[in-house]
Design a protein around this ligand. Structure first.
Ligand SMILES: *Cc1c(COP(=O)(O)O)cnc(C)c1O
Length: 402
């Protein structure tokens, strides 16, 4: 089968809830992916930052293989020999004592919502069913009905109501709006320290700390959704470290498994996690030994290969190279660590198509933003190469749509 046949088959039988570039990938190694015609591409999306460690990292593949042949699933009805060590590792990394393992990012966000509400009733003393959680315009926290209910992107929520009440949606980056939104029923805020799907939106310096201080002063939980921003992407292990704050809860996923398997977690203080008792929350696959073995190894790879440091080092270099591109289509180039965005004054789809032809995979977000988020294992030479491709596309008027 050729590319066209694969595309036709998928479009004929699959639901059309995505609009992928027509590249049919069949294998991958590190930062490179290969399509069914044998053409090679530099992956500059890294599965929305799930593949920070690079594709098919040999250590993570081995962990998966070894564990799959021994024990894959017990459910939490019984214990398994991988869970404790895994939780210890995540807890130490996040600097928070308790870990609740889940599978997908959205499930971990749901877990955080449940924990925050119950904490609001059990600990803060909010009146029954009155708890409010503050969330931010332009957010992306996943696709469940509750979560899309507090999205302000019509594509995400349109047609899926009625929605769960108890969320207050306010502008991102506006401290006055945040302070005004907090009241005695506010149990938590859930925030992406940098909005990823929103287009790598970085709040002004000081904002997160001010919001955090206001949370502390008003007994409100600060919960960071680090599913995309965490695990090295921004040049720190967690993005919130840039702001010198200590969240009450952190949500992680994506690169937690290095792209090998769906693994997510909600990590929190004793007080927050203390609201759960046996039977109050769970997941059949959450904390399964295969997930734990894979994630433990994926985290060890981030540490051993110093991927956080690499992101901190190469990110600013990449940013500078992209900022030096001269094109009247570019509105702004921004980023932190190896998480970069080129905002255009027009839809970016055709530029992503052009980059694909040159062997570089990027996917537009919000129509006019090209996000660049390669595996953190990318080399300086590969950054140079990628910058050259972007330059050739964006400095070429022929490829610009009218
Ligand atoms: C990807 C993402 C999610 C959802 O994760 P899934 O695994 O797709 O459910 C939630 N929050 C953020 C910030 C994300 O980037």
């Amino acid at each position: 089968m050729d590319t066209k046949a694969y595309v036709e088959q998928e479009d004929r039988y699959g639901a059309h809830n995505y609009h992928p570039l027509n590249v049919v990938v069949e294998r991958a190694e590190g930062v490179w992916v290969y399509d069914v015609d044998g053409k090679k591409y530099l992956d500059c999306l890294a599965a929305y930052s799930a593949v920070n460690q690079g594709h098919c990292h040999p250590r993570i593949v081995k962990a998966l293989r070894d564990q799959a042949g021994k024990l894959a699933l017990t459910s939490r009805a019984f214990r398994n020999d991988q869970l404790g060590a895994y939780c210890k590792k995540v807890s130490e990394l996040a600097g928070l004592p308790r870990v609740l393992p889940m599978n997908t990012g959205a499930e971990a966000v749901e877990t955080a919502i449940k924990a925050a509400r119950k904490w609001g009733y059990d600990v803060k003393g909010i009146e029954k069913n009155k708890a409010e959680i503050i969330v931010f315009e332009n957010n992306f926290h996943g696709r469940t009905t509750t979560i899309v209910g507090f999205s302000n992107d019509p594509d995400s929520y349109g047609g899926f109501g009625p929605f769960t009440p108890g969320f207050r949606l306010i502008p991102f980056g506006d401290i006055g709006a945040f302070q005004a939104a907090v009241n005695e029923n506010t149990c938590a805020m859930i925030i992406e320290p940098i909005q990823g799907e929103g287009g790598i939106i970085i709040p002004r310096e000081g904002y997160l700390k001010e919001a955090y201080d206001h949370c502390k002063a008003n007994n409100v939980l600060f919960i960071a959704d680090e599913i995309q921003s965490g695990l090295g992407r921004t040049g720190k292990m967690f993005c919130y470290e840039w702001d010198n704050i200590k969240p009450d809860g952190v949500i992680i996923g994506k690169a937690l498994s290095g792209g090998m398997y769906p693994v997510s977690a909600f990590v929190a203080t004793e007080e927050v996690m203390g609201v759960f008792f046996p039977g109050s929350h769970g997941s059949t696959y959450g904390g399964n030994p295969l997930a734990c073995a894979v994630a433990s190894e994926a985290l060890a790879v981030i540490e051993d290969e110093k991927l956080v440091e690499k992101s901190a080092e190469l990110g600013p270099y990449f940013l500078e190279k992209l900022q030096s591109i001269k094109s009247d289509r570019i509105k702004e180039v921004r980023g932190r660590g190896l998480w970069l965005a080129i905002e255009l004054d027009r839809p970016a789809r055709s530029d992503c198509e052009a980059l694909k032809e040159l062997g570089m995979l990027c996917k537009e977000t919000h129509a006019n933003i090209i996000r660049i988020a390669p595996p953190l294992t990318i080399t300086k030479a590969e950054v140079d190469w990628a910058s050259d491709q972007v330059k050739s596309v964006l400095e070429s008027p022929a490829l610009a749509p009218a």
